[in-house]
Design a protein around this ligand. Structure first.
Ligand SMILES: [Fe+2]
Length: 161
């Protein structure tokens, strides 16, 4: 069940992209896009999936969460929206982690809409990823909160999970 999750984590390219995110966010005061954020998003996503009884397999949720911001460094480097960059970097990693082409399409669709509030209410992988991504952030203890461009409604001011 967890084999494919660990194939993502141990993928050389995945490790390289994590390092690139860290390099570009070295001096960033706002939220970072690192493995902690990806795992928080995955675990909250899995909790939501269980609470809602959606039955989405764990490694599909983790696949989406572990990769949803993996192209953030490209946004800093080339000004490409990171959901688009993350989709393009995710394909090869997911293939090597033995996801089927149907599963890769589902995961990439969710990654592509993870900043689109239109999916927020959906009981789908995309909806779970959107909500878990926001709930993973610790706005309640963030010293940059006043300068953050997230809307007040979006900020996570209380612990839910
Ligand atoms: Fe994120």
């Amino acid at each position: 069940m967890n084999k494919r999750i660990n194939l993502i984590i141990s993928n050389e390219k995945y490790q390289e992209y994590l390092k690139k995110n860290a390099e570009y966010e070295d001096k960033r005061g706002f939220c970072t896009h690192d493995l902690d954020h990806f795992l928080d998003t995955a675990r909250i996503g899995y909790i939501l999936n269980l609470e809602k009884g959606l039955g989405i397999p764990k490694d599909i949720i983790y696949g989406a969460a572990l990769l949803h911001d993996i192209g953030k460094w490209k946004q800093y480097k080339d000004n490409i929206s990171h959901e688009i960059a993350s989709v393009s970097l995710s394909g090869e990693i997911l293939e090597k982690a033995e996801y089927s082409s149907d599963e890769i399409t589902k995961i990439q669709t969710a990654i592509l809409s993870h900043r689109d509030s239109a999916v927020e209410e959906e009981d789908t992988l995309a909806g779970i990823l959107f909500v878990a991504d926001k709930l993973s952030r610790k706005c309640f203890e963030c010293v940059m909160e006043k300068e953050c461009d997230w809307s007040e409604a979006r900020k996570n001011k209380q612990i839910t999970y």
